[in-house]
Design a protein around this ligand. Structure first.
Ligand code: MG
Length: 249
């Protein structure tokens, strides 16, 4: 039987600190995403920033992951390894940042548009951000976990896009992946009741085409099987008395 860990006030302070660092690194690296920059350079920059905050990557070495952050371009869904690929005009670049600081993990992602003019791609990225917002709005004490899943899915599906099913959001705290798993789809009113002090990483991954994904030969990079664009946004949140507190801002 799995157990969802309820955080006390000290835990939440720790989670706020790690979440804040994750957000700062996300926003700083996002600003340096531009044509000609390699994904490896973005990873190196993130490593410097982690160090400056007295923090470390929560991803590096996780199940053997070789990067400081995940950088997933265009049809890349998640888990892209920073490397030689050069960002080009018209790309969308998903940055996933996991920080460990003071024994607590913060996890956040954003998708940056690099001079994108294709209206469908812009709509995909905006929809994914809105799906995350809808999930956060549904994440309130007393509601059920799948209310969050359903809220996310509804936004994506109404826009005509597909939510990725092979990867899900998760509980988070002293470990990056705690119970529960949080699918980005499903009927409402199911699963555990949300309680104040639960900390969750909500992370819709939305595909322009079909939901199917596959893993590339590097063993990590997950791409949309139909090679159509995919977007990813993530916040770490704490269930509170009223609306959820977003920790990664
Ligand atoms: Mg995550």
């Amino acid at each position: 039987m799995h157990r969802i860990i309820i955080k006390n006030a000290a835990d939440l302070e720790g989670m706020r600190a790690s979440g804040h660092i994750a957000a700062r690194v996300r926003d700083t690296v996002a600003k340096s995403v531009s044509p000609g920059v390699t994904t490896g350079e973005l990873g190196d920059y993130a490593a410097e920033l982690f160090k400056g905050f007295g923090a470390e990557s929560a991803f590096l070495g996780y199940k053997g992951f070789p990067g400081q952050i995940c950088v997933s371009v265009n049809e890349g869904v998640v888990h892209g390894i920073p490397g030689k690929r050069r960002i080009a005009l018209g790309d969308i670049v998903s940055l996933d940042i996991g920080v460990r600081h003071g024994g607590y993990v913060g996890d956040t992602a954003t998708t940056v548009m690099v001079g994108v003019t294709d209206p469908e791609i812009i709509r995909l990225v905006r929809t994914t951000a809105l799906a995350l917002e809808a999930g956060i709005a549904a994440a309130r004490a007393g509601r059920r976990l799948s209310d969050v899943s359903h809220a996310i899915e509804t936004v994506a599906v109404r826009a005509g896009f597909s939510v990725v099913r092979a990867f899900v959001g998760h509980g988070i705290g002293r470990k990056m992946h705690e119970d529960p798993q949080i699918p980005n789809f499903g009927r409402p009113g199911q699963g555990p009741k949300l309680l104040e002090g639960m900390t969750l990483a909500l992370e819709p991954m939305v595909n322009m085409g079909a939901a199917d994904v596959e893993v590339m030969e590097d063993g990590w990079t997950v791409v949309a099987k139909d090679r159509k664009p995919s977007a990813h946004f993530e916040h770490t949140v704490a269930i509170a008395g009223g609306p959820a507190e977003i920790l990664t801002i």
